[in-house]
Design a protein around this ligand. Sequence first.
Ligand code: ZN
Length: 290
Amino acid sequence: MRGNLTAADADDKSDGFSLRLNTSRLITSRMNILRRLLLLLLLAVLAQGCAARRGEVFQYATINSLLAGVFDGDLTIAELKRHGDLGIGTFNGIDGELMALDGRFYQIRSDGHVYPATDTMRTPFATVTHFEPTRTLVLTNVPSLHALEQQLDALLPNKNAFQAFRIEAEVEQLKTRAVPRQQPPYPTLADAAKKQNVFELKKVTGTFVGFRTPDFMSGLNVPGYHLHFLTADRQAGGHVLDCIIRRAEVRIAETTQFLMKLPEAGAFQNTDIARDRAAELQQVEKNGSR
Ligand SMILES: [Zn+2]
């Protein structure tokens, strides 16, 4: 503003002086452009600081906190979306299974139905990534989830990296589960999972989404494979217990970048999440399979 006033005053002065002030106006306008560019740069840096890096695996809370009964978290689905467009997890109260695909977040509840997850819902445990596949392969006639894991393991050279999966599949048979919403005081996950509903689907097409987590992450996430499924018509799915696959197009995103956020309040703060809960995890993750 000051530059404009000075320039207007200068119109009555000599040409030379006016020229000098015009130059000054030019410099002022260039400084404004520079200032705007710096502001844009600052905003870009801030945005980078807030959002996840491409390909990074982002995790909220730990699998042991979930096993111990910390069923309420403070992370909203809106915040989770900033860290990834593909992933799995659950909702506060263990109200069903969470699945994210193409940036859409779904809630597969124990009634067997699939609901859109709203931005204000919260999660006590979730893992997501901005999915950018680094490999694609096709598998046919896979007789079980165990066989799928073995076949994928044989194709993955780096057992200490994180792999995210998106598997488009024609499925002969599928066994999934969803845990019903729990009320406080919360039980352990192993006890809550005893009331899980198991769904048997036959001849469906749909998408498996999940991760292979390295064994050294034991206690933090589920070592090995953890997959959820959603049918192509978005009507059914859940946490995968077993499957017979006719054909699968497997997209894999391998990454060595990992970011973990912990709850800032609630039961997480004073719960024993350090002890070995591998046996409970085995029971919860594989219960009902095979
Ligand atoms: Zn699950």
